[in-house]
Write a protein that binds this ligand. Structure first.
Ligand code: HEM
Length: 480
């Protein structure tokens, strides 16, 4: 962006010089010097900002000019109040009225909401070098590491992000999962089935949370929990749930309306988070880190610690704790919620269940055991059902927003730095051009596709089955 030089503006503006003169005179002559000069200074700053903005606006192209903006944008709050409590419905209405992409203001943040997967791909993948930042302030929990965030809050052009991302990608590589973790993960699945397949009515969520948690704990620290009464399970779920609760308006409102940050000390916003970190999360993670570092087997903590802290067994662990927290939070709730939704969907579809059972029975008869992850080609219908469940009920209905790292031009539109790009997965998954009869549950649409979800997540918008795992550089790590 061609920005007007502030210094040259101050030097050249006669209005400014007159104002400065006026302040000086008043400040010296008036008895109520402090009040007068304070008020004058405030007025000056206001005038200066307005003038400066107007001057710099002249040099700057108008942003979003070809992209529609719904009515109802108010000063300070933007469209926040107009959206109302049901943003899925409101965005659906706006897409109907304005098409696959529209511009809104979430507080002060310019945001593009995109429903069409081809447009999202173009913005977040093809133009990824301009759109691979995280919105500022997102996911920042203070682990006493000097304000360092973990992988989810690092920017993708940061060397640290590349290092951490490479290590996590390697740790979650399907080959590693197959060779080192598969037997353990199979035992987890078997234990889960024994617990819930009792013929009684059982809420599957707590047990699913434990299976998902065990997956992330085994990979991250080489430890597991033994039941939902296990203190490690209780503590971990408490930390995760509480961490996620910090995304409520009280804690993130300042990201949208910066003046709200003035009230943070009164509302105890940072204190809430810091207390939780100091009293619960840090001790919990430090305990797990100690176990992980003395563990003989492979685990993510060891590899991260070798690279980031030269393998030291004590110390601040710098970026290690926030990164571990991100992996545990990102992996546990998402997986459990996704499977719970899938169970809920097929619970009313006995025909679908029978077909899945039929496929598994054939495999078991032939091999004397249930199929492994890499044998999914033997159960194509079950894999297709999984994909259809993902499509119908996306766990991340609006993904995780990316932000423009610099001004750029897109299709003749000027998109300023900092613009948020929000993929509307809910709408993308109902795109009739990509999914004929999108409102219907039709697993057969995916029968030809049983490659891993990692492979499909890294394909083009046409090849991808669904968009739950995100886009571009940040697309979820290689786990599926
Ligand atoms: C069904 C389960 C899951 C869903 C739906 C899901 C979804 C997502 C999404 C939408 C993103 C953001 C991508 C973007 O910004 O465009 C993400 C990032 C991430 N996920 Fe997952 N995830 C799941 C499971 C997991 C698991 C099991 C782990 C780890 C054990 C994990 C670790 C991560 C990490 C570390 C990131 C941050 C990547 C980065 O910032 O570079 N996720 N996930």
């Amino acid at each position: 962006m061609s920005q007007l030089s502030v210094t040259s503006f101050y030097n050249n503006s006669k209005i400014v010089q007159r104002l400065i003169l006026w302040i000086r005179e008043n400040a010296i002559n008036s008895k109520s010097t402090a009040i007068t000069s304070g008020a004058a200074l405030a007025v000056t700053l206001l005038v200066l900002t307005k003038l400066w903005r107007r001057r710099s606006d002249k040099d700057t192209p108008t942003p979003f000019i070809g992209i529609p903006t719904p009515k109802g944008c108010r000063p300070i709050v933007g469209h926040l109040l107009t959206i109302g409590p049901d943003r899925i419905q409101k965005f659906h209405e706006w897409h109907k009225e304005f098409g696959p992409i529209f511009h809104i203001k979430l507080g002060v943040n310019n945001t593009l909401v995109v429903a069409d997967p081809y447009i999202t791909h173009d913005l977040l993948v093809t133009n990824g070098k301009h759109t691979s930042n995280r919105p500022a302030g997102i996911f920042m929990h203070d682990f006493g590491s000097g304000g360092l965030g973990g992988i989810a809050s690092l920017q993708s052009n940061d060397d640290m992000w590349r290092t951490v991302r490479r290590i996590i990608d390697n740790s979650l590589d399907p080959h590693k999962i197959r060779n080192e973790f598969s037997p353990v993960l199979h035992k987890e699945a078997e234990e889960y089935v024994d617990l819930v397949a009792t013929g009684e009515n059982i809420d599957p969520l707590p047990h699913l949370l434990r299976v998902s948690l065990n997956f992330t704990l085994i990979i991250t620290f080489g430890v597991r929990t033994t039941s939902i009464d296990d203190p490690v399970y209780k503590k971990a779920i408490y930390c995760i749930t509480k961490n996620m609760s910090f995304s409520d308006f009280k804690h993130v409102g300042g990201m949208f309306i910066p003046t709200l940050k003035l009230f943070d000390p009164i509302l105890g916003v940072r204190k809430d988070v810091n207390d939780h970190m100091e009293k619960h999360c840090i001790p919990f993670y430090l305990e797990q880190v100690e176990k992980a570092l003395s563990n003989d087997g492979y685990n993510l903590t060891k590899v991260l610690n070798d690279e980031l802290n030269e393998g030291k067994k004590t110390g601040p662990y710098h970026i290690l704790l926030p990164t571990i927290n991100d992996v545990v939070v990102a992996g546990t709730d998402t997986t459990a919620v996704t499977i719970t939704w899938a169970f809920l969907q097929i619970s009313t579809m006995p025909e679908v269940q029978k077909k899945i059972q039929g496929e598994i029975d054939i495999f078991v008869k032939k091999n004397g055991r249930v199929p492994y992850f890499w044998e999914r080609g033997e159960t194509p219908y079950m894999i297709a059902v999984q994909r259809e469940c993902f499509r119908m009920r996306p766990t991340t209905e609006f993904g995780i927003s990316h932000a423009a790292s610099q001004d750029f031009e897109w299709n003749g539109n000027y998109i300023p730095e900092g613009t948020w790009i929000m993929p509307n997965n809910m709408e993308a998954h109902l795109n009739p051009a990509k999914y004929p009869e999108p409102e219907k549950f039709i697993p057969e649409r995916f029968l030809e596709n049983y490659e891993t979800m990692t492979a499909s997540a890294n394909g083009g918008a046409k090849e991808r089955d669904q968009f739950n795992f995100g886009w571009g550089r940040y697309v979820d790590t290689k786990i599926k």
